[in-house]
Design a protein around this ligand. Structure first.
Ligand code: PRP
Length: 212
């Protein structure tokens, strides 16, 4: 049986919608059950509900054959897996943000502190610019960093931009766009190629149909 690791939270609903359009439906998940492991209605696929940042680990170790998670999480985790498909939903941007005055004074001051849920992305982004920064790893509401003086700026995802705007913060630099991706375990792609390919081809057709 194929196992799919599905990121709980902001991507979950749209992922389930997409899978349903492919005929992979799981009515039990829709009931709001607190269970963590489900079987699809036709009994052919197992779906595990995973904290988004844990999806890459489940897929790398083969506990899940397929995973669906945001590009931000994949970049941050840096796991060995195959990224097969851009699912085009869950669109947002990874940015450096802070108070607008940081833009004018430049955030290239000699020592800046960056609060983020993404320490690896942050380190590689600033080192790519030849800048050394002090990274403070937070687990949520990172906008509080500049607001409380804990950090100068943040690296975070921006979707609607409301959280930044309502806290007087602005995007200072764009790092990259983000969307949901389908990833596959490297061994599963060989050993369960037919089943995995059927899902990927189906999703690709669906996505192409939406674009045209
Ligand atoms: C994310 C992100 C921002 C916010 C951006 O947080 O870290 O705080 O959403 O969305 P917006 O641009 O639409 O306002 P999330 O809601 O995942 O919660 P968290 O801060 O607890 O991680």
């Amino acid at each position: 049986m194929i196992t799919i690791a599905l990121a709980k939270g902001r991507l979950a609903e749209k992922t389930l919608d997409l899978l349903e359009q492919l005929g992979i439906s799981c009515s039990e998940i829709r009931t709001g059950s607190r269970k963590l492991i489900f079987t699809t209605d036709d009994g052919t696929i197992r779906i595990i509900m995973v904290k988004p940042s844990d999806v890459p680990a489940y897929v790398e170790y083969g506990t899940a054959d397929i995973g669906i998670a945001g590009k931000d999480t994949l970049m941050e985790e840096g796991r060995s897996l195959y990224e097969m498909l851009d699912l085009k939903f869950g669109g947002c941007r990874l940015v450096v943000a802070g108070f607008p005055d940081k833009k004018h004074s430049g955030i290239t001051q000699s020592h800046i502190r960056v609060a983020t849920k993404y320490p690896n992305i942050t380190r590689s982004y600033f080192s790519g610019k030849g800048e050394t920064v002090e990274i403070i790893k937070l687990n949520g509401s990172v906008e509080l960093g500049p607001l409380t003086g804990l950090s100068d700026v943040i690296v975070d995802i921006v979707e609607s931009g409301r959280t930044l705007a309502e806290n007087g913060l602005e995007v200072l630099e764009e790092i990259c766009p983000v969307s949901a991706r389908l990833v596959v375990n490297q061994v599963s792609l060989k050993t369960r190629n037919d089943e995995i390919k059927r899902i990927i081809d189906g999703l690709r057709e669906l996505l192409e149909g939406k674009e045209s």
